[in-house]
Design a protein around this ligand. Sequence first.
Ligand code: C2E
Ligand code: CA
Ligand code: CA
Length: 611
Amino acid sequence: MTSEPGSQSDRAPLDTVPPEEVSRRLRLALDVSKIGVFDADLETGRVTRDAVLMQIFGYGDQPDEDEGDLLEKTLHPDDRERTWAAIDAGIASGEPFVNAFRIIRPDGEVRYIRSRSVTFRDGKGHLRLLGANWDVTDDVMLQQSLEQARTLSETRYEALESAWREIERRALQDQLTGLANRHALLRWLDGLPAPPDGPRPVHAVLHIDLSRFKEINDTLGHRAGDAAIVHVAGLLENLRLEEEWLARIGGDEFAFVLAAGERSEKAAEIADEVIRILEAPIPCDGHLCRCGVSIGLSRTGDEVDGRQALINAAIALSSAKAQKGSRTVLFTAELENRNRAIKQTADDILRGLDDDAFMPFYQLQFDAKTLEVCGVETLARWQHPQHGVLAPDRFLKIAEDIDAMWRIDRSIAEKACADFMRWGREGLGIPRMSVNISARRLLDPQLLASFPTRNLPKGTFVFEMLESIFLDALDGEMAKAIDRIRKAGIAIEIDDFGTGHASVLGLTTLHPKRLKIDRALIAPLTRGERHRLLIAAIVEMGHALEIEIVAEGVETQAQIDLLRTMGCDVLQGYALARPMAASDIEALLRARMAAAGATAHQTEGSPPAAE
Ligand code: C2E
Ligand code: CA
Ligand code: CA
């Protein structure tokens, strides 16, 4: 190992180095470190300051000697007292001491100074104070801005946290009633204990739904509706034990989870109590209203967690709602299967619409006097990929529930119109075509666009509508829709007359072209006088109002004969023709025409014989 010449002395301990060399090195170190040095003779008051110190204090870059008032002159007034006190104490202690203060330079700039000092007695016996000062402004500033940033971020964090807590609170609470909402309930249900080796505690779940609540909203306004909901929430809340959960999980729907044990065992009784309480008149913004109550009841169990129990309660509820009056329905596996099948059908219906699987069947209608074909009713059929051709009883209700029936109606109407126009061109001689129109389809803006009424005689197209539509049609949107239909030259028939609640008033104001007597009234016709009288009365009333009468569901020759003598205008039923596909209708009509032609040929000029 080699060493540089002279390096030995450079590295030698200070006490072996000559004093001038030590002083030179210290000077160098001080210059580099930007530490200023002062030396005050406390007896004479004179102070010497090196160039660095003068620079720190902002008084040029030359060493200086004065009477000691430089510090006094530059000390920040706020720090003055404290700084002098520290110096006095330091001197008195005889020990090295530190100090920290601000100065104001002549140019007005404030700097932060730190100092370390020590007293000693010199050769002359004078007490002196020797010290080093250095400028820590940059550090202090950095420290301050760090501190500021920290406080700022802390405040921000607190604000953020409280906003978050508020958001969470709102997200978990129903604003109107203050009850938990669905989200909060699901969270709680998810947290229900599920012991791995013991049975799960059984909680009963009540899914409570107010029926007729929409009517309150519609007739009395939302304020009344809100008041009713708040009132109901209060009533339910009274039934709740502290450890139980009550949540508003929909507009007029509540979920009530009972405590495990005795309470849940008595769930059916509690449900009865809920119905009893909620069926009493409810104050709504100055009115008293009555609601019906439907409840779906289910239970958690080893195989059924909280979420599943809530789903099961909803399935039970939909069954409760499907029945008349207030009631509780208990969830069963059978209900679940039925529900699954309904869901499957709903999916299939939507897919069927996409695949254009709905098509019209046609049932001919006959003039009761001549037994000539006078029209055809269009009936929806579903060409199901697995189950073949299905009649409306297999899909109509579900399609209505999922708001798809109007789309089916539209698809059927378009195909039916195309068929009808073709029959016209081919001279098959069907004077008019009826289609069944659901209430919802009435409001379809494309309703009339499906029917090419122009250039065809008025009444060529006929809309069959249920009595219930006519009740609704007495005002509002429906009335306007019916008006547009009439103006378009489309005739209106009331379908299934006698089963619903069409009023004579409705008949006179809406004045349909025809009434179709429901087949439930036609079936017993030949069984007795009473039934015959009822039909006779309907026929008479219709004719008095200039409304034609159609008898549907005519299944026997005896019925045909009787209805003809009673003055019915149109007959429709299996006894005359079954619903059939377009191609079958065409074949049938061609055969009839050929037969009629042959007869006409034989008995020249005489009218076709009735069948
Ligand atoms: P509806 O309008 O009363 O139609 C007559 C129903 O009676 C048809 O059943 C028809 O097949 C059946 N029928 C005809 N003659 C006889 C008979 O002599 N005896 C018996 N027992 N039944 C007879 P379908 O086609 O199953 O239709 C059932 C109901 O579905 C219809 O009753 C109608 O309310 C509704 N519907 C059918 N097609 C459509 C449609 O395209 N749109 C809408 N919205 N509803 C439709
Ligand atoms: Ca009909
Ligand atoms: Ca009918």
